[in-house]
Write a protein that binds this ligand. Structure first.
Ligand code: 0RX
Length: 394
């Protein structure tokens, strides 16, 4: 005998799986699916808006899935900024922890993304200005919370018909090594230090989380305003700035800037433009393999970006020059970039807000499955909807 849906909820089949959702969400239509979950668009009767609902795929099937699900919920709960996807609602049809199997995340529905938009049309410099301004505003907020996106690409920049941009992370599919191999969009926006790290990983067979030495001790003496931890964080967040530079370049060119066919080719493509690195960069590399590889490359000078982007204004090229630097420590930060003349028309400095600190201690914690489940249930129960979606219209 079929069990009745929770009071106030109804059941519906989506792509041969049962969804049990509150009555307020109507007209569910699948818009995306992958190993980690399925997303539907829906009409929110209470707010009179279109929303996206994500059902994670068997989130408590293993410790790894449970930790991932917990992390996505915590991250989305923390994000409260116009240019970053945030959480409108989170629900589960189960009322007790021991019966918790599924939960659902509700977000504003975003109809298209920058990847699709760039395929459809060439963007005017004015639109590039507005879109990059919003991307950097979102990045400033994310980085201020101590969070690194790590997979910024046109497909992870959602855009609405008013050209408003939100950073998100679809992450529906596994990012296996194979997805990073060959002629693939998944690698074209990755910073050189990340690619060098993968090459090291695949060559030696063991992971190295700090392939690129920060060289911080020496730096600390010269720049005593920052702690070693802060400086480490600066060069780690710089991976997102590189991606942002690649995205801005693609907006201006109408095609990807570094379209490598594999890891080595990707680095070659990058260095054709940045030039081969100076000795001070090479000494900072921790892996001997990477040092040898870079030293073996025929020396090429840096290209002048003004000639490569001949149709772009010099203010636009100035932004690219500061983002697409091989050395992560030299790249501009999101907050510094917002101060460049290219953004002065859109700039409202007091609106470029920072986040509350995000507690990442759980990211480095190993817990048994039932504990991840308990923490997730607590996060679901303690969720409070954003202020402007609280009033009821029904
Ligand atoms: O966007 C996420 C997500 C975001 C995230 N962030 C951490 C780094 O900074 C940015 C935010 N971390 C984990 C996950 N998830 C998500 C994305 C798209 C989606 C559902 C969940 O499906 C949609 C959303 C809106 N419109 C259409 C489809």
């Amino acid at each position: 005998m079929a069990v009745r849906a929770r009071t106030g909820y109804y059941r519906q089949e989506v792509n041969r799986t049962a969804w049990e959702v509150p009555e307020r969400y109507r007209d569910l239509k699948q818009v995306g699916t992958g190993a980690y979950g399925t997303v539907c668009s829906a009409w929110d009767r209470r707010m009179g808006t279109q929303v996206a609902i994500k059902k994670l795929h068997r989130p408590f099937q293993s410790k790894l899935f449970a930790k991932r699900a917990y992390r996505e919920l915590r991250l989305l709960k923390h994000m409260k900024h116009e240019n970053v996807i945030g959480l409108l609602d989170v629900f589960t049809a189960e009322i007790a922890l021991d019966r918790l199997r599924d939960f659902y995340l509700v977000m504003p529905f975003m109809g298209t993304d920058l990847g699709k938009l760039m395929k459809m049309e060439r963007l005017s410099e004015d639109r590039v200005q507005f879109l990059v301004y919003q991307m950097l505003r979102g990045l400033k907020y994310i980085h201020s919370a101590g969070i690194i996106h790590r997979d910024l690409k046109p497909g992870n920049l959602a855009i609405n018909p008013d050209c408003e941009l939100k950073i998100l992370d679809f992450g529906l599919a596994r990012q296996a090594d194979t997805e990073m191999t060959g002629y693939v969009v998944t690698r074209w926006y990755r910073a050189p230090e990340v690619i060098l790290n993968w090459m090291h990983y695949t060559q030696t067979g063991k992971p190295s989380s700090h392939f690129v030495s920060t060289g911080m001790e020496e730096k600390k003496a010269k720049r005593p305003r920052f702690t070693t931890r802060e400086l480490t964080l600066f060069s780690l967040v710089a991976v997102d700035i590189w991606s942002a530079g690649c995205i801005m370049a693609e907006m201006l060119l109408g095609k990807p800037l570094f379209k490598g066919s594999d890891h080595l080719d990707q680095l070659r493509e990058i260095m054709k433009i940045t030039g081969t690195p100076a000795a001070d960069f090479v000494v900072k590399l921790q892996s001997q393999d990477a040092k040898n590889y870079i030293r073996s490359l025929p020396k090429v000078p840096k290209k002048d970006l003004h000639s490569l982007f001949s149709k772009a204004s010099s203010n636009a090229v100035c932004v690219l020059e500061k983002m697409l630097l091989l050395d992560p420590e030299r790249r501009v930060s999101a907050s510094e970039a917002l101060d460049l003349p290219f953004f002065s028309e859109y700039r409202e400095a007091e609106e470029e807000t920072e986040a509350l600190p995000y507690d990442q201690t759980m990211d480095n914690t190993d817990l048994p499955l039932d504990q991840w489940k308990r923490h997730t249930f607590t996060e679901i129960l303690t969720f409070r909807p954003p202020r402007d979606s609280r009033e009821t219209s029904l």
